[in-house]
Design a protein around this ligand. Structure first.
Ligand code: ADP
Ligand code: MG
Length: 578
C-alpha cells in the first residue's frame, strides 16, 4: 500500500464519525449553533427519529450570504481565531467542524438571513458537494434542514437504535437545553406531533414541571450556591425521589451539557448514606465558572470538560448539594410534605469543615457538643429533630414520641444504627476509635476469595479499631475490636464487613470506612422485637436528636415516620368541625 492523502470527502466523513454518530448529535450541534447566534426562539422539527429529517430554525444573527459556503467547509468558524482563545471559550461551538461533518453524511439545506439583509440566501450540500448560493425570501435567522442522515454511510445506520430510542434522546436533549436556556422560546415537534414547548419567560420551574410533572417537581428543591469563582444553580431531589440509574443527573457547565463521570460521581457522593444502595437522585445543576478555568476542548463531542481547579469544583458541587439537603431533608410524612413553594432556600452562612468532602459523612456532634454548643455550631433549620417527649415503645420495635408538631414513630433498629454510626465516624475522624484487646485472639477462617478481600483491607480495618493479623492460609486472628462491637460476636462482625467490601465495586476514596462502619453498626444496633428499658428508649431519642442526619439510617432507610398535628386533625375530622 502506498501512502496517500485522504480526499476531503473521506476526511470529513471520518471527522463526522466523531462529531455526529447519531441523530441526536446532529440536533445538538444545530441547536448549539442557534444558541451561539443569540437566538431568542429555536424550533426543532424531527421526522422518523431524525433519520428522515432534522430541521432547526432560529431567529438569531444569521450568516452573510458570501460566508455560507465557508460555514459548511471544514475548520471554518467565526468563533475562534487565535490559539489563546482556545483556553477561554465563551461559545458552545469553536471547532468549525459540525456543519461540514453533517454535510458529508446527509443532504443539507441552509437558509439564512442576517438582520442587515433584505433577503435570505440558500445553499444546499449533498454528501459534501455544494450547490451555488441562491437568493430566497425568509425571515431573519437561520434554518438548517438535514435529510436522509447517513444515506451514504450505511454502516453507521446499522448502529442506530430503534426509532423510539433515538427519538427519546432528542427529546431529552432539547428539553435539557430548554432548561439551561429558559429565556429562549423552544418548540420541538416529532413526526408532526408537538412534543415540547416553552414560553421563553426565563422561568426554569415552568420547564421543570413540564419535564418531571407536577408531582415529581414537588420533590425537587431549588439550589443556589456561590463560592469563590464557582456559582451553582439548579434543582436537587429530596430523598423521596430517586431513580435506579444516574440518567437524571444533568449537569451544565457554562451553558454546555456535560456528561462527565467524575462530576456525576461528585453529585452522587453528596447523597452518600442518604439514599438506598443502587438508588440515584434527580439533579439538574448549572455551574458557572470563569471560562479560562475550564478546558472544553478535551472530548470529541465536547461532552466532558476539564477544570483547572478540579477539586475545588467537585467539593463545591458536593457542598452545594449537601447544604441543600441538610436544609430540607423531610421526615417521611403520611401527609406528603409539600416542600415546593412552602419553603425558600435558606441563605444562612454556614461554616462547614473545609475538608468535609473527603469525609464519609457530614460532621457529627459528639456528646459534648450536644450538651454544649450544638446550637451555635449548626444553625441550619429543619435538619435536627425538635425536642421529643418519649411516649413509649410499641411492639418492642418502635418508639413513640411526641414533638411540638405531632407524633413520631421511630424504628428503634434504624435509629440505633444511625446513632452508632455517627459515634463511630466521629471517633474515626478524631482518630480515636476506642479499641479493646481480646483476652483470647479469635481465629477466623475465610474462603480464599474473601480472605484476599480482607487481607487487602486490613489497613482500613485497623483505622476503625479492628486489630487483625494474617495467620496461615486464609486464616486471620482478631486481636482487638472497636468497643462498639463489645456486645457482639467479633467473628460475625468481620464476616459482615467482608461482605460489605465484596459488594462495594467502586469504592470512592474515604468511603470504605463509612461502609465498614455502617456494616458494623448494623450488626450492633438493637433489633426490632427487642424490649428496651425506659432509660434505653430515652437515651436513644436523645442521641437521635443530636444527630445531623437523624431521619435516615446510614443505609438510607428512614428512621421515622411523622404524623403531623395537621394530619391527625384531618383524620379525626377535627379541622373545621365545630
Ligand atoms: P462552530 O460552531 O464550531 O463554529 P459549525 O460548523 O457548527 O462550527 O458552524 C460554522 C459557522 O457557521 C459558525 O462559526 C457560525 O459562524 C456559522 N453558523 C452556523 N450555524 C449558525 C446559525 N444557526 N446562526 C448563525 N450562524 C451560524
Ligand atoms: Mg457549531
Amino acid at each position: 500500500m502506498t501512502i496517500q492523502k485522504l480526499s476531503d470527502t473521506i476526511a470529513s466523513q471520518i471527522a463526522a464519525g466523531e462529531v455526529v454518530d447519531r441523530p441526536v448529535s446532529v440536533v445538538k450541534e444545530l441547536i448549539e449553533n442557534a444558541i451561539d447566534a443569540r437566538a431568542s426562539e429555536i424550533r426543532v422539527e424531527i421526522r422518523k427519529a431524525g433519520r428522515e429529517l432534522i430541521r432547526v430554525s432560529d431567529n438569531g444573527e444569521g450568516i452573510q450570504p458570501n460566508e455560507l459556503e465557508l460555514a459548511v467547509s471544514r475548520h471554518a468558524t467565526s468563533k475562534l481565531s487565535k490559539t489563546e482563545e482556545l483556553f477561554d471559550i465563551k461559545t458552545l461551538g469553536f471547532r468549525g467542524e459540525a456543519l461540514a461533518s453533517i454535510g458529508s453524511v446527509s443532504h443539507v439545506r441552509l437558509i439564512s438571513r442576517p438582520g442587515d439583509m433584505e433577503v435570505a440566501a440558500k445553499l444546499t450540500v449533498d454528501g459534501g458537494s455544494n450547490s451555488p448560493v441562491q437568493k430566497v425570501a425568509a425571515p431573519q435567522g437561520t434554518e438548517i434542514t438535514v435529510e436522509d442522515l447517513f444515506y451514504n454511510v450505511p454502516a453507521r445506520l446499522k448502529f442506530l437504535r430503534k426509532d423510539i430510542t433515538e427519538a427519546k434522546h432528542i427529546t431529552g436533549l432539547v428539553t435539557r437545553y430548554a432548561m439551561a436556556y429558559p429565556h429562549i422560546r423552544w418548540t420541538l415537534t416529532q413526526d408532526d406531533r408537538l412534543e415540547f414547548q416553552s414560553t421563553g419567560s426565563g422561568n426554569r420551574l415552568e420547564i421543570l414541571q413540564a419535564l418531571f410533572g407536577t408531582q415529581e417537581s414537588k420533590s425537587l428543591m431549588p439550589l443556589n450556591f456561590s463560592e469563590k469563582d464557582l456559582a451553582i444553580e439548579g434543582f436537587i431531589s429530596d430523598l423521596s425521589l430517586t431513580r435506579s440509574n444516574r440518567k437524571d443527573i444533568t449537569l451544565f457547565v457554562n451553558g454546555r451539557w456535560v456528561q462527565d463521570p467524575t462530576l456525576t460521581a461528585a453529585v452522587i457522593k453528596a447523597y452518600n448514606t442518604m439514599l438506598m444502595v443502587g438508588r440515584y437522585p434527580v439533579v439538574v445543576l448549572f455551574l458557572s465558572i470563569p471560562t479560562n478555568l475550564v478546558d472544553v476542548n478535551v472530548h470529541p463531542t465536547k461532552a466532558e470538560v476539564r477544570f483547572r481547579e478540579q477539586d475545588q469544583v467537585f467539593s463545591g458541587v458536593q457542598r452545594a448539594i449537601r447544604r441543600g439537603l441538610l436544609a430540607y431533608t423531610p421526615i417521611p410524612d403520611l401527609n406528603s410534605l409539600n416542600l415546593w413553594g412552602k419553603q425558600t432556600p435558606p441563605n444562612i452562612p454556614v461554616s462547614f469543615d473545609e475538608n468535609w468532602e473527603v469525609q464519609p459523612a457530614e460532621p457529627i456532634p459528639t456528646e459534648k457538643t450536644y450538651n454544649g454548643s450544638a446550637a451555635q455550631q449548626e444553625p441550619l433549620p429543619g435538619t435536627h429533630l425538635p425536642l421529643l417527649r418519649l411516649v413509649g415503645q410499641v411492639a418492642s420495635t418502635y418508639l413513640v414520641a411526641e414533638g411540638p408538631d405531632g407524633l413520631y414513630l421511630i424504628d428503634q433498629h434504624a435509629a440505633h444504627e444511625r446513632v452508632l454510626f455517627d459515634q463511630m465516624m466521629a471517633q474515626y475522624r478524631a482518630s480515636m476509635i476506642p479499641s479493646q484487646k481480646l483476652i483470647d485472639a479469635v481465629p477466623v477462617e475465610l474462603s480464599p476469595e474473601k480472605a484476599g478481600i480482607l487481607a487487602a483491607n486490613l489497613e482500613i480495618m485497623a483505622s476503625l479499631g479492628f486489630e487483625i493479623e494474617e495467620f496461615g492460609p486464609n486464616t486471620f486472628l482478631i486481636r482487638a475490636i472497636p468497643t462498639i462491637v463489645d456486645r457482639g460476636d467479633p467473628k460475625e462482625a468481620i464476616l459482615s464487613v467482608v461482605d460489605a467490601f465484596e459488594e462495594d465495586e467502586t469504592p470512592l476514596e474515604h468511603e470504605a470506612q463509612a461502609r465498614v462502619a455502617a456494616r458494623v453498626c448494623k450488626g450492633m444496633a438493637v433489633k426490632g422485637g427487642q424490649l428496651l428499658s425506659v432509660d434505653e428508649q430515652r437515651n436513644l431519642l436523645l442521641n437521635l436528636e443530636a444527630s445531623h442526619s437523624p431521619r435516615t439510617c446510614p443505609h438510607g432507610r428512614p428512621t421515622m415516620i411523622h404524623l403531623s398535628a395537621n394530619l391527625l386533625e384531618r383524620q379525626f375530622g377535627r379541622r373545621g368541625a365545630r
